[in-house]
Design a protein. Structure first.
Length: 405
């Protein structure tokens, strides 16, 4: 009897893997396991539309119960993987249930890197629907917001909070510019300027020393001796892959599940990984990389769904390359550096999005076309005044770069 495929993780990577398997003609059982007790949902909108109140949980649902039935996918929600028994071909869940498999896909994603300054009341992460709801309720109560970390989540939260009417928003990051790991320094500096134009106080180049609770509020202490009062603090300082539950399996983990260029775990070809938890081998670079991006999870899911024993292409499949699109843009721009994948010390890939003309101008680029999504009500007028009456141009191309996730 065929056991089918068990997918552990019900965010975009897991859902898209299930859908891709069925689209490719896979007819064996599929079980999709999610650790949250709600239907699978899209996470990038949490720090934007969901926080702003313009999108409901239903609007960001990735897979409804009816769609799961139509796909003949069994949903197991509110339970998490606890152990993977490679010899027996079993996934053990945290409630003791054991799910047999022929193939298993690890799509457990990542979690917010914990605050090293503790988490007193009023300190938030934004990784789940519950997180976003809690932060929105905190913002409704009023008071200053401090955002620690100027990456995707931090930049999005700061912009959304201003859109919601939060009067005092401070964005803090030890780097000299926001989002420096994913866009070039000049563009990142202009993005910082857009935030300031829209009332966000930026404290770039500043280290947080402590977050302390004083009375009914919080105070964020910085390395320069200054203190920033807050009613709410969002900590967005990166993410950690959810791979600890695999340590007892004997698989190679650490900064993600280590896989070959086809997404198969080392020494375990019937174990696959997609999304933030996957550390795929990159043949061109000769190293293993994690790519924390929605698009990467979707592409890996479609790729991993193909080479199962029952679903094979007649032609060879090119290995998945998360840098492929960036390299194409780089070639079109004639810029040998703009599309290069860069990484943190742990080998996390962050693909730079080069500008289309390689000249420092964002006009005409994908970045530019998506620019109006953040601060749209007030930024245009301020930018035109700052530019002496010109419309468009570099700054109009920056504000919603991070809305592409």
């Amino acid at each position: 009897m065929n056991r089918g495929t068990v997918i552990v993780g019900a965010s975009v990577g897991g859902v898209r893997t299930a859908q891709a398997l069925r689209s490719a003609g896979y007819q064996e059982p599929i079980t999709l396991v999610g650790d949250e007790g709600v239907l699978p949902y899209d996470k990038p909108p949490l720090s934007k539309a969901v926080l702003a109140g313009t999108a409901t949980p239903e609007a960001i649902t990735l897979l409804t119960e009816q769609q799961a039935r139509d796909l003949d996918v069994r949903l197991v929600l509110g339970r998490a993987g606890r152990h993977l028994d490679l010899g027996a071909g079993l996934v053990e869940l945290d409630d003791g249930e054991r799910l047999p498999y022929d193939d298993v896909v690890i799509a457990t994603g990542s979690r917010a890197r914990p605050s090293p300054w503790g988490r007193p009341e009023g300190v938030h992460y934004v990784r789940t629907l519950a997180d976003a709801a809690g932060l929105r309720e905190g913002l409704r109560r009023g008071g200053p917001l401090v955002v620690v970390g100027a990456g995707f989540v931090g930049a999005e939260v700061a912009a959304t909070a201003r859109k919601l009417g939060v009067a005092e928003v401070t964005l803090i990051d030890p780097a000299p510019v926001p989002m420096g790991r994913v866009i070039d320094p000049a563009t990142a500096a202009r993005l910082g300027a857009v935030h300031r134009d829209n009332g966000v106080v930026t404290r770039f180049g500043s280290q947080v020393e402590a977050i302390e609770q004083i009375g009914d509020g919080l105070v964020v202490l910085l390395s320069d001796g200054s203190a920033v009062p807050a009613a709410n603090v969002v900590v967005g300082i990166g993410a950690l892959p959810n791979d600890e539950w695999l340590a007892s399996s004997g698989l190679v983990v650490g900064g993600g599940l280590h896989c070959d260029e086809r997404g198969r775990a080392r020494e375990a070809p019937r174990v696959h990984a997609v999304g933030d938890v996957a550390r795929w081998h990159h043949p061109g670079l000769g190293t293993a990389r994690r790519a924390e991006h929605w698009t990467n999870a979707v592409e890996q899911a479609a790729y991993v769904a193909l080479p199962t024993d029952r679903v094979r292409l007649e032609r060879p499949v090119r290995h998945h390359d998360p840098d492929r699109r960036a390299h194409r843009r780089r070639s079109a721009a004639g810029d040998r550096r703009a599309g290069r994948s860069i990484g943190a010390d742990d080998g996390t890939a962050a693909v730079r999005r080069p500008l289309c003309h390689g000249t420092g101008s964002a006009r005409g680029s994908r970045l530019g076309r998506l620019a109006a999504g953040v601060h749209r009500r007030t930024a245009g007028r301020r930018r035109r005044r700052a530019a002496g009456g010109r419309t468009g141009g570099d700054q109009s191309a920056l504000a919603a770069y991070f809305a592409t996730r």
